[in-house]
Write a protein of this length. Structure first.
Length: 304
């Protein structure tokens, strides 16, 4: 059996599954406003207040258990890690969109920072861990804060940054699909091929691609299908996605060939719908992907 690898993949994190199956715009419940309480005499407080004023989104790092729920275990980040993490998050999530108006409208009203992963009890015989979670249309939980340090070794920094990019844009895709639904016709492309709950883990990467999923986790439900493809489309260039996203062992087993989503009809169709979906929201995610990959290439060249 051929082995296929997603290029520049790093440590694997399992994301919490979200269930929704409508193509239509969703009804958004009103946000219950809570007063922002932040100490603006500190560098951290000033940054949090700046983001709140600019995007109307509250960054919360000192929280209690109700932010996570009774079925999960997690812990707040170390305070000394938060400021540097926010700077990185701002660089790879907020700034690439070049639109304060879009972000003000669509960023979650609460971004809850978590020190490590979110760990869930056993469900259907399998325990679940999440590095990120779109808790509702108004809140995202983002983990692994304590793992970050701006003075990391270059290879470790690159791995961390690439993984965080995917986590942030994956969870943001959930916020968008909760607000605007999914692209019309998107769920029809792999209709009948989704594997609910944790059964997606039985798929090989190649089987997942053939079914129309960028990775096996996308087969868990329609929402994860959209979010896993979004995380790639936003963080990789169009050229890479179309032609060289995957490394596959060649026929004689002596080396590798490189292929993109053009080899997989269902994913190619979804990618086209996804690009148009973001375009209708005023966002050129192919430009964002090109810029993200340009940064990666430059960083590798500078540290090789």
């Amino acid at each position: 059996m051929k082995k296929i690898y997603l290029l520049l993949s790093v440590s694997a994190f399992v994301f919490l599954m979200n269930a929704c199956n409508s193509d239509d715009t969703l009804e958004i419940e009103p946000y219950e406003y809570q007063e922002m309480d932040v100490d603006t005499t500190t560098v951290l407080g000033k940054k949090i207040y700046e983001i709140y004023q600019k995007y109307e989104s509250k960054i919360i790092y000192n929280w209690d258990s109700h932010f996570i729920g009774n079925d999960a275990n997690a812990f707040p980040p170390k305070v000394e890690k938060v400021y540097d993490f926010i700077l990185l998050m701002e660089e790879i999530w907020f700034k690439p969109y070049y639109s304060d108006e879009f972000l003000r409208k669509n960023l979650p009203r609460e971004i809850v920072l978590i020190g490590g992963a979110i760990n869930y009890g056993e469900e259907n015989g399998s325990s679940m861990s999440a590095a990120g979670q779109a808790d509702s249309q108004y809140r995202i939980n983002i983990g692994l804060v304590n793992d970050y340090a701006p003075d990391m070794a270059p290879n470790r920094y690159l791995d961390y940054r690439l993984e965080l990019q995917k986590i942030l844009h994956h969870e943001f895709a959930h916020i968008l699909n909760r607000r605007y639904g999914l692209p019309k016709g998107y769920t029809d492309i792999s209709k009948g091929l989704y594997l609910k709950n944790t059964h997606f883990s039985s798929l090989s990467p190649l089987e997942a691609l053939t079914r129309g999923f960028i990775r096996p986790y996308g087969a868990s439900n329609e929402m994860e299908d959209f979010a896993t493809l979004s995380e790639i489309a936003v963080t990789r260039s169009k050229e890479t996605v179309m032609n060289s996203l995957f490394r596959i062992v060649n026929e004689d087993g002596t080396g590798y060939d490189y292929i993109g989503i053009t080899e997989f009809e269902k994913i190619h169709k979804k990618y086209s719908l996804l690009i148009e979906y973001y375009k209708n929201l005023g966002i050129d995610i192919q430009r964002i992907g090109d810029e993200m990959e340009e940064w990666i290439t430059k960083y590798i060249e500078e540290h090789s």
